[in-house]
Design a protein around this ligand. Sequence first.
Ligand code: SF4
Length: 380
Amino acid sequence: MEENKKKKVSFPHMGTISYAWSAALRIIGCEPYVEPYTSKKTLSLGTKHSPEAICIPYKLILGNFIEAIEGGTDYVCMITSPGCCRLGEYGKCIENALRDLGYEAKYIEMQLYDGIKGMYDFLKKVSGTNNLLLFSRAIIVAITKAFMLDSLETKLSYYRAREIHFGDSEKHYKKALEIIDKHDTLLGLKKASKLVDEEMKKVEIDPERNVLHVDITGEIYVVNDEFSNQNIERELGRMGVQVRRSLTLTSFLKDAIIPKIFRKGETHLQRAFRLAKPYLMRDIGGDSLECVSDVVYADQKGADGIIHLSPFTCMPEIMSQNIFPAMREDTDLPILALIMDEQTGRAGYITRIEAFVDLMRRRKRKNLSDNTAKKQNVEV
Ligand code: SF4
């Protein structure tokens, strides 16, 4: 046990996921090693040692691993799944790349599509023990934190679009993250949930502000990772746009990890099969099916637009982008497709987002005045 406590274990970043896995590792007696958040340095390390045409999540994950190993971690852990895209090969390629670079840290995989069993097997390997009770606690606490983190991000988006002082909601959001991080028991998290709400309510907002509502979809990594999407949600918030994401860590957990008896309602993937049907009949890998269905969902829910984020050369998302023109025949919902890679320049990126927001505002105004005119005609 003493030896386990000394083990430093690290995962790659993706949004706020580190808060969830850190808790699980602490509970089983390991020391989470959270490498610095993904940065330009991470990108250049990953790019330097990756095949040129591989997708950006691979490069950033490799960069995270290199930084973690150089920072002194003993284990680097990777989430893997079969998948019909390159994700199925990621694990082996990363392991080989690290070995070729001469890094000593142990590489461990967590098989996502083995569900809870995959998580148990992973915790067993990493801790070197087999304590079912402790592992159950670790999994439950990590999943509970993941739900709290997603709900906190939804709140952040609401407050950010309405805040009176720029940056205020993010300041309180960071404090709320610290609150979540401090608690590793279910009772503690229950208390933390109230404190988090209170913290976010401190943000001074203009509740009457006329905000736009935009859905964000795309490949799960770039949708949830603020470095690779150049913090698109902050930019949109600054422009008075509230964002909704269906592709989240918890939507993924519901589909891949949480057993049926413990979840309520339709999952994102189930919804995707239902809504994407007229355009895409089957899962073609990555998050393509979900992306196509998210456009239908955004339209049905009256969103002002949808933004699709995809890594350059991502095969499933190239397919989604090729389906959007057919979807545009059935809806006038504005769709903006953005492709991300290490070459994506910030100025051009922001200009495209600003132009899109402008288009959505004009469309909303026009729809409002058309509706008013229709109403007046009926009354006359
Ligand atoms: S979904 Fe796209 S970005 Fe993700 S691993 Fe597959 S090809 Fe790469």
